[in-house]
Design a protein around this ligand. Structure first.
Ligand SMILES: Cc1cc2nc3c(=O)[nH]c(=O)nc-3n(C[C@H](O)[C@H](O)[C@H](O)COP(=O)(O)OP(=O)(O)OC[C@H]3O[C@@H](n4cnc5c(N)ncnc54)[C@H](O)[C@@H]3O)c2cc1C
Length: 386
């Protein structure tokens, strides 16, 4: 898309200007130290970018998922990693769409001002993985509280978040008509939970992405922190998951452009056998292919976001956008690393860091296989395989 017909050029310019204050050295240092980009996330918050999806009545800018996706795309395109802060975007969609007035009034203005963060969502469990409806964590009502027991794994940004959205089973699976019924979502005050009932154990991993195991031992959650209707949590969490897929697609698109820009510049300069390596079609074609796929993924991302913003079902498009974008960015990453030769492995080029970061999206938040399975069953009507 050229700048002339891009309706989001103002957003792009604004985010790019902010990102320019955080050069590659900044992100490289944070990655090397396995730190959290506090200054970067604070700057994004202060500039209002992380409050894009909060309605104006609650202090946000009342934009749609489309604009939010452009913000995430630009962060990654500038060499940053939205993974440090994207949780706030998709988690707040769950709260905005399904939270009570009291919850929204209590949380959203403080999120918009940056006083608190809602970066975490606890869904995945060690024994059930992608088979979410089989999750084992339970929440049982006791008086005016819910008592939570169980375990989660891979939960991101818990230590950089004030609140987390937690999915737990409130009715045993044997007592519900459909396995997706009987699950509920809760707003968890992280500091309170860590003081009584929730243990957080970090998981060191390949990317600088804070993830944790969580152990719940009679964690008490006040009843007013149940989001929406009891038993409908699976449906509500899908709101956040679809938003998450579209936003992560946008991040992969940003990565795709970052890799293709970076490698194009490099192969145009690098001389081997007396000519730029980019003059060889064996070098040009994989880069061109990744660029084409990034552009196509971007269109599917806009389609998914438009449906989401119109309040229409967007599960298929959000999944397909995420699939296409993760594939495009991974191919772009491979081409970028390959054609940097040995230099691609040097930390100072940032290629290896971005390569690790974008690889994650073949697996999380949903693996490519599970997307193919979703499309086969729900779009093409093929027989259910599990
Ligand atoms: C860095 C990171 C951050 C994360 N952050 C969060 C978070 O904040 N909150 C959260 O809840 N979760 C989070 N996750 C978890 C993530 O969503 C899961 O890892 C992902 O959904 C895959 O689940 P799993 O790891 O249990 O894999 P499994 O479900 O065990 O699947 C493993 C592999 O098997 C294949 N597979 C499984 N079933 C099938 C099938 N039926 N057909 C074909 N292939 C199949 C897939 O290829 C899959 O990649 C994070 C993970 C990582 C690595």
């Amino acid at each position: 898309m050229t700048p002339l017909d891009d309706p989001y050029q103002d957003i792009r310019d604004g985010v790019r200007a902010l990102c320019a204050e955080f050069p590659p050295e900044y992100h490289r240092k944070v990655d090397t130290e396995r730190g959290y980009p506090e200054a970067f996330v604070d700057a994004l918050t202060r500039a209002g970018w992380l409050a894009a999806l909060i309605p104006e009545d609650y202090g946000g800018s009342g934009l749609g998922l489309t604009e939010a996706s452009v913000i995430m795309e630009e962060i990654n395109r500038a060499g940053g990693n939205s993974g440090a802060c994207h949780g706030q975007m998709y988690n707040m969609t769950t709260l905005v769409r399904h939270g009570s007035e009291a919850q929204k009034a209590r949380i959203l203005p403080r999120l918009a001002s940056g006083e608190i963060r809602l970066q975490s969502m606890g869904v995945t469990e060690p024994t059930t993985g992608t088979d979410t409806t089989q999750l084992k964590t339970t929440a049982v009502r006791r008086g005016d509280r819910w008592v939570v027991n169980g375990q989660k794994v891979w939960i991101s940004r818990v230590q950089h978040s004030d609140y987390m959205i937690l999915l737990a089973r409130t009715t045993p699976i044997t007592d519900v008509a459909k396995k997706s019924h009987g699950l509920s979502i809760f707003l968890v005050d992280v500091a309170e939970a860590m003081a009584s009932g929730m243990q957080v154990k970090p998981i060191a991993n390949m990317v600088n992405h804070e993830t944790n195991e969580l152990f719940f031992d009679n964690l008490e959650i006040p009843e007013e922190n149940l989001i929406g209707e009891e038993g409908q949590g699976f449906k509500y969490i899908l709101t956040g998951l679809n938003a998450e897929r579209a936003l992560i697609a946008a991040e992969c698109i940003g990565d795709g452009y970052w890799f293709t820009d970076k490698v194009t510049a490099y192969v145009s300069e690098r001389q081997v056998f007396g000519r730029p390596i980019g003059q060889n079609q064996g070098v040009q074609f994989p880069i061109a292919e990744a660029y084409i796929e990034t552009e196509a993924a971007s269109l599917m991302r806009f389609r998914a976001c438009a449906l989401y913003d119109a309040g229409q079902p967007c599960g298929a498009e959000a999944n397909m956008a995420k699939y296409l974008a993760a594939k495009a960015s991974w191919e772009a990453a491979n081409a970028c690393l390959q054609f940097h030769g040995g230099f691609g492995f040097a930390t100072e080029y940032d290629v290896e860091r971005k390569f690790r970061e974008t690889r994650l999206y073949q697996v999380a938040p949903i693996s490519t296989n599970l997307i193919l399975s979703y499309v086969a069953e729900h779009v093409l009507g093929l027989p259910r395989s599990f």
